[in-house]
Design a protein around this ligand. Structure first.
Ligand code: FAD
Length: 507
């Protein structure tokens, strides 16, 4: 039946694109589509000031640099406009155990041999008393610890940004409008469908206006007005693996210079983020309402912020998981409307970007085909499941047993795909990246070792080095990194000369 409907719409060219929603997802979509296809398409974005956006989402990962390059944006301009700072990784505090911390940086640790990753040499070095901390062999990690940053030649420093999400959407709006995207203000009251095809035909706004289109991008956030409410796509709930379902967010004044890390501080039933921008700090406590009531969570957050609050604490409810399809008929959901994983590894904006790139690669200009839809959905599902596994890892392999929440996390049965990786690493020290997967071997290693996992053995190749040779190898890497870090300016000094933002205008 659905296939028949699909065939009907099959070859109808796409000339009018309607983006429902103007948060980070909506304006990123408008930016990409207008920049690439603005000359041949009619692009309209509908958003409602009255509803507003989710208003969080400020920590990113290095892939965003690529996104800006695709749009031919100047990095310094984006950073100035969004009060951005540089980010070299995430500081996981109290995750392995209370008062035990580690950093997951964007860097690669050490140097691999083709038969065996660096961790095998490090493991051997540890056993022989020759190696320092695993992080000592990673430039980005050491630079973050010293608060130093600069762009290095040939992409020698992997970094991302902390940015103000509201300012980012504003910046992308101006950019998109420059490429012909039109913004319509209003609340969508009704989504009209075509009786023959079952597909979306138009958005009826509460002010009476009608916005018609051929392809609809659902960026309406958790509401998922088009994909879920109208097209009836169900949600795959992952809360049996990821217990957190709530967040309380508050912005505070900056105290001190911005650090190069997103801080993720674990508490009794969740964790707290601290994201330093040039003009303020974003804070939030992500927690499980099953294990902690909202008032306690708010109190923990309030007790653990630095600087005066600039906003009232705001509660955001969510359900971890993913829509069973992200593209159905002529509706493609991007952003929170397609699913959500808690922001522990800052992956949501990355997924918006990835899905937009996918959509551009499969853009149905000559008509929507079933095969495009299937390919798109398969890729989206595969990518998010790898990320889901990586996030679950942080909970499953913690040594914390101090609260029922952490105890339950340790005892849960995880997806078979993740259990296999955990077993493989424990038994052999090996880690392999699956094709198309976001997180590299280096990320898996930093988190697995950081969480306290220690493999039972190392690869034989490491045994081919005697103590002197191994020591020279390890020290050579470490000394090279220390020398480089010493040459770098402070993060604050670099921000000042590269992308100093104007003080915020009073609202
Ligand atoms: P929203 O921002 O909710 O935008 C929805 C849009 O739809 C709005 O413009 C709204 O007005 C419009 N809309 C809705 N209904 C209607 C209607 N009826 N009529 C008209 N317009 C309508 N991601 C990261 O990458 N890094 C992070 O650090 C990070 N932290 C997060 C922390 C929390 C607690 C949460 C919940 C999310 C976080 N995210 C993070 C995710 C990130 O916030 C989102 O991916 C991103 O903001 C995109 O949101 P969105 O545009 O899909 O939805």
């Amino acid at each position: 039946m659905e296939q028949k409907m699909q065939e009907k719409i099959g070859r109808k060219p796409v000339r009018r694109v309607v983006i429902a929603g103007g948060g980070t997802a909506g304006w990123m979509a408008a930016a990409v589509i207008s920049k690439i296809l603005g000359k041949s398409l009619d692009i309209t974005l509908v958003e409602s000031d009255e509803i507003g956006t989710v208003g969080v989402g400020e920590a990113t990962i290095p892939s965003l640099i690529k996104f800006h390059q695709l749009l031919e944006l100047s990095e310094a301009d984006v950073m100035k406009a969004t009060q951005a700072t540089f980010k070299l990784g995430i500081s996981f505090e109290n995750w392995r155990n209370v008062n035990e911390h580690y950093i997951h940086s964007f860097g690669v640790t050490g140097t691999d041999h083709w038969t065996a990753g660096f961790q095998h040499f490090w493991l051997k070095g540890r056993k022989r008393g020759l190696a320092g901390d695993f992080g000592d062999y990673c430039l980005e990690l050491r630079a973050a610890q010293h608060g130093r940053f600069a762009h290095l030649p040939d992409g020698g420093m992997n970094y991302a940004y902390h940015l103000d999400a509201t300012l980012y959407a504003k910046f992308l709006r101006k950019f998109s409008e420059g490429f012909g995207a039109k913004r319509v203000e209003g609340k969508i009251g009704q989504v009209l469908t075509d009786a023959a095809t079952g597909h979306v035909a138009g958005l009826k706004l509460e002010n009476g206006a009608l916005v018609e289109g051929d392809l609809f991008i659902d960026c309406t956030g958790f509401r998922s007005l088009l994909l879920a409410e109208t097209m009836g796509v169900e949600y795959e709930d992952w809360s049996h693996w990821l217990f957190n379902d709530s967040a309380i967010a508050v912005q505070t004044e900056s105290v001190g210079e911005p650090v190069l890390l997103t801080r993720a501080i674990a508490h009794g039933a969740g964790w707290q983020w601290r994201i330093p921008l040039q003009h303020r700090v974003g804070n939030g406590h992500v927690f499980s309402s099953k294990y902690m009531d909202g008032e306690e969570a708010r109190q923990i957050l309030t007790n653990n912020i630095q600087g005066e609050p600039l906003t009232q604490p705001r509660v955001i409810k969510f359900k971890p998981g993913q829509r069973k399809q992200s593209w159905k008929g002529n509706v493609v959901a991007i952003g929170l409307s397609s699913g959500f994983l808690e922001p522990i590894e800052s992956t949501s904006i990355h997924l918006i970007q990835r899905n937009l790139i996918r959509l551009m690669q499969m853009f149905p200009a000559d008509g929507i085909c079933r095969s495009d839809i299937d390919e798109y959905n398969t890729q989206v599902q595969s990518e998010i499941k790898h990320i889901r596994d990586f996030i679950i890892l942080h909970y499953k392999v913690s040594n914390r047993v101090d609260t029922p929440y952490w105890e339950a996390a340790r005892n849960m049965t995880v997806p078979a795909s993740l259990q296999h990786r955990i077993d493989l690493f424990r038994e052999t020290g090996r880690v392999f990246r699956t094709e198309g997967e976001l997180f590299t071997e280096s990320s898996w290693l930093q988190v697995m070792l950081g969480q306290g996992m220690m493999p039972e053995q190392h690869h034989q190749t490491a045994d081919l080095m005697g103590d002197v040779e191994l020591s020279q190898f390890l020290n050579g890497i470490r000394n090279g990194i220390e020398w480089t870090v010493k040459q770098l300016p402070s993060h604050q000094a670099y921000l000042q000369q590269y992308c100093r933002a104007q003080p915020p205008q009073p609202i």
